[in-house]
Design a protein. Structure first.
Length: 304
């Protein structure tokens, strides 16, 4: 398997894993959860080093995942009080955890180089260098890992589709039929945290945040059906992966950056050209409405 194909597969599988959860984050107005997690994992990295004196990727990812889960549960707990909105809850929790990590580094590890780029904020161009042998075939470890995460997220979404749908669109009604919106929200956020932390090492934090938010936001402008929304989100993610890689090769630029820009371009196209919610279609409908209002008035004036 070529290095380019392994990079594209890794990015596409990250897009799949994130795209299965991203629409629910956008609809629930907690789209910045991925960004919050990317900052909140710092104390987990520091704690693993202080307790076990290691910077190996596996224990670091475990420590980061633990604090990522703490982050999302704390955000959801604060939001569920009803006293603070979701965006404010995110803004309260992740700076506190990030500050805790900074204090841990300056107090206990100021003389130690914690290479966050190599341990958690990875680079997708390096994925072909980390190989795993499966049935005698060498494959990038990130392809295997993100493939498993994508399958788990797919199984989760399929198994809880009705519950996720009802708690996303009408939390009050879900309570009357015995479905706990709090439980579903926390389960979704924990899945998001685990997905994000698992993908960080493979592709980097920025690309994970991009794949969680941008394709879902673009798809949101294109459809009113949840099933189509999820499918479009995954599709836009794969388009961003393939086209972004080709663009990066052509320009000799950052692969993750190119993928992020293609995803943003998809959103901009949807923003302007979406058939129902795009700016151009809205402007056309407003102009047509003005014409309908103006024409009878002009006709009345001519008769008089």
């Amino acid at each position: 398997m070529s290095a380019d194909l392994q990079i594209i597969l890794t990015a596409g599988l990250v897009a799949t894993a994130c795209g299965l959860l991203g629409p629910f984050l956008v609809l629930r107005r907690v789209a910045l959860m991925g960004d919050a997690v990317s900052h909140a994992v710092l104390p987990g990295i520091v704690a693993v080093f202080l307790l076990f004196q290691t910077r190996a990727p596996v224990p670091v990812v475990i420590g980061a995942a633990a604090f990522a889960i703490v982050c999302v549960l704390a955000i959801d707990a604060i939001k569920s009080t009803g006293l603070v909105k979701a965006d404010a809850a995110i803004g309260l929790v992740f700076p506190a955890l990030f500050s805790l990590g900074v204090l841990g580094i300056t107090k206990y590890a100021s003389n130690i180089h914690l290479d966050l780029d190599s341990t958690i904020y990875g680079e997708i161009a390096f994925t072909p260098f980390r190989q795993t042998t499966i049935f005698g075939v060498d494959i990038a470890s990130s392809v295997l890992t993100m493939g498993i995460v994508s399958l788990v997220n797919l199984a989760l979404v399929i198994a809880l589709w009705k519950e996720l749908k009802v708690t996303t669109f009408d939390a009050d009604f879900s309570r009357t039929i015995g479905v706990s919106p709090t439980l579903l929200s926390r389960l979704l956020l924990v899945a998001t945290a685990i997905t994000a932390v698992t993908a960080f090492e493979s592709v980097g934090a920025i690309l994970v945040v991009t794949m969680l938010i941008v394709p879902a936001a673009a798809a949101y402008l294109l459809t009113d059906r949840l099933t189509v929304l999820v499918a479009l989100t995954v599709t836009i993610g794969w388009i961003s992966a393939v086209a972004g890689h080709a663009t990066a090769i052509q320009l000799d630029a950052s692969i993750a950056g190119a993928m992020g820009m293609i995803a943003t371009l998809c959103f901009v196209l949807a923003l302007f050209a979406a058939p129902k919610y795009g700016l151009l279609s809205r402007a056309w409908r407003q102009q047509a409405r003005r014409r309908r209002i103006t024409l009878p008035t002009a006709g009345d004036a001519s008769r008089s």
